[in-house]
Structures are given as structure tokens and as C-alpha cells.
Design a protein around this ligand. Structure first.
Ligand SMILES: Cc1cc2nc3c(=O)[nH]c(=O)nc-3n(C[C@H](O)[C@H](O)[C@H](O)COP(=O)(O)OP(=O)(O)OC[C@H]3O[C@@H](n4cnc5c(N)ncnc54)[C@H](O)[C@@H]3O)c2cc1C
Length: 275
């Protein structure tokens, strides 16, 4: 390794990123260090850990911005996130265990873009936008357009993730999060998902459902969303289960079988509509 930069500000980080697109971008390191012994030594490291301009939570009336460097401990401990964006706060509580949550960041989970990244279905369901920056300027992209394939993203070689901007759901919106893993803690998801359900009395107006570990990337459950729109809440669970059955192609891997994942996914979406 020939280079190491721990930037003082975002401008220095972006200039370093532009000059050294081949360097490793390091935040908490909880994903990167797991594989460090199996990968070639990087030519350099751009160390973003605790960079001030990436570590913030900004609450505005209609949206909440969370800096990419914000740790999962900070996300779950923030009272407004816990109250208004509960799927993300609950996902944060189930990422690894306390040590991982103290070090792992939102930007790292998004940047790693694993199909089992726990925050990703929550970001999808909550309708998050990502703010990306490079020396060329800043842009925003819906999270739904960011993940383009198995661990592939729309991040350009000279860009960094700056923040997630998440619209605050209207009061009365039903929010849900559920992770199914082997254990309660320190467990990689077999299936997980989040739901944001808009209700008019006991009727579902619309729903956004994000799921993880059932495809090569986190997905919106479009068939379920269509099936529950206009249904009574008490009947939406069955409609969701039936639509789920015919609409996913889960993966077989060392953590679980496709058959098990399909059944769990059906139960999981049905429970989002539990009265
Ligand atoms: C024991 C253990 C248990 C775990 N359990 C879970 C779990 O239950 N659920 C789960 O989802 N994850 C889990 N993880 C994975 C990991 O902790 C999370 O994905 C975490 O959010 C990664 O954040 P980080 O800051 O450590 O990322 P890093 O390892 O620093 O980086 C990860 C990737 O993101 C990129 N990146 C980071 N920040 C930026 C940025 N600002 N701009 C552009 N690219 C960036 C890096 O270049 C790298 O490619 C676990 C890891 C371990 C070691």
C-alpha cells in the first residue's frame, strides 16, 4: 500500500477520490476488514471514519437527512428516527451486535450493497433518496435506482455517498420492520423487509414494501403493493401472501434454501398487515 489519506473535510475527500479512483474507501471497516485477508492489498486507503460532514442527522419538517458516516448506534438512538422512521431504527438494532453497530455506518451498508444489507429494504420502503458527491458536484438519486445488480451500484468511480434523505411518513401511516435470521443477534438475514402502509380508516390506500435476501438485490414487492391497494386491512394480509407466492425468485445459498425463503417471505408480508 502506498497511500493513506484521512481527509479534514469533504472537499479533501472528494479531491482524493477523484485523484485515486482505485483506492479503498473505508468508513467503519466492518464489511471491508472481513475480507481483507482474501483480497489484494489496496494501493491506498481513503479513510472517511468520523469525517464531520458525513456524521449528522438533520431533522426537517418533511424529511430527515442522515449522513453516510452515521453509525447504527447513532441511528437507533436518535429519538426522531425511532419515532418517525421506525423501520430504519429497528433495522439498525439488528445489524450484527453492539460492537458492529458502534462502528458500522449507513454509508457502508449502502456502499457494500449486499442483498442481505439490513437497512436497504427500509430505505426502499421509506422512499429514501441518496445524496452523492464528487468534484463535479452533487446529485440526488432515489435509492430504488441506486442498486443496479448483485453488489452493483450507480455510484461513479469518483463519487462518495454523502447522505440519505428520507421523507417523513404522514402521521397515522403504518410502519413495519421484520428480520428473520438464525438467531436474535449477530445474525445475517435469511429474509427481511420493511413496509410503509398508508391507510384511510381500515382500508389500505397504498403500500411500499421493501424486501431483502429474496433476489440478487433489495427489491420493492410490486405485486404485493398492487394486490393490497384498496383492500380492507383485515383482508390485506391474505392478499399480500398470495401475491408474494407468485412474484419472487429467492436465492439458494449457504444460509438458507429458496423454498424456506419463499415461505418466510409470504408470512413476513402478511404480518405487515396484521391489525
Ligand atoms: C460480525 C458482523 C456482523 C454483521 N452483521 C450484519 C447484519 O446483521 N446486517 C447487515 O446489514 N450487515 C451486517 N454486517 C455488515 C456491516 O457491518 C454493515 O454493512 C455496515 O453497515 C458496514 O458499514 P461500515 O462503515 O463498516 O462499511 P465499510 O466496511 O467501511 O465499507 C463498506 C463498503 O461501503 C463503501 N463505503 C463506505 N462509506 C462510503 C461512502 N461514504 N461513500 C462511498 N462508499 C462508501 C466502502 O468503500 C465499502 O465498499 C456485519 C458485519 C460483521 C463483521
Amino acid at each position: 500500500m502506498t497511500g493513506y489519506v484521512r481527509p479534514r473535510d469533504l472537499d479533501e475527500a472528494l479531491a482524493t477520490r477523484a485523484a485515486h479512483a482505485d483506492w479503498m474507501v473505508l468508513s467503519g471497516g466492518t464489511d471491508l476488514m472481513v475480507n481483507a485477508n482474501h483480497k489484494p492489498i489496496p494501493t491506498g486507503i481513503l479513510d472517511l471514519w468520523r469525517l464531520g460532514e458525513l456524521c449528522f442527522v438533520k431533522v426537517e419538517p418533511a424529511s430527515i437527512a442522515i449522513g453516510a458516516g452515521t453509525t447504527w448506534t447513532e441511528v437507533q438512538g436518535h429519538p426522531v428516527i425511532a419515532d418517525r422512521l421506525s423501520p430504519l431504527a429497528l433495522a439498525a438494532r439488528e445489524i450484527g451486535a453492539l460492537q458492529i453497530q458502534a462502528r458500522g455506518t449507513l454509508g457502508g451498508n449502502v456502499g457494500n450493497s449486499s442483498p442481505v444489507g439490513d437497512s436497504l429494504p427500509a430505505l426502499l420502503a421509506l422512499g429514501a433518496e441518496l445524496e452523492l458527491a464528487s468534484v463535479r458536484g452533487r446529485r440526488r438519486i432515489p435509492y430504488s435506482d441506486f442498486c443496479t445488480g448483485y453488489r452493483k451500484t450507480a455510484l461513479a468511480a469518483d463519487e462518495l455517498i454523502v447522505a440519505a434523505h428520507i421523507p417523513v411518513p404522514a402521521a397515522g401511516t403504518k410502519l413495519a420492520w421484520r428480520k428473520v435470521g438464525t438467531r436474535r443477534a449477530q445474525s445475517i438475514s435469511k429474509v427481511m423487509g420493511a413496509a410503509v402502509i398508508t391507510l384511510d380508516g381500515d382500508r389500505v390506500v397504498s403500500a411500499r414494501i421493501g424486501l431483502g435476501a429474496v433476489a440478487d438485490r433489495p427489491i420493492r414487492a410490486a405485486a404485493v403493493e398492487a394486490a393490497v391497494a384498496g383492500q380492507k386491512l383485515s383482508e390485506a394480509g391474505d392478499a399480500a401472501r398470495a401475491a408474494m407466492r407468485s412474484s419472487i425468485k429467492p436465492i439458494d445459498d449457504i444460509r438458507s434454501t429458496a423454498t424456506y425463503r419463499r415461505e418466510v417471505a409470504e408470512n413476513l408480508v402478511a404480518r405487515f398487515f396484521a391489525v
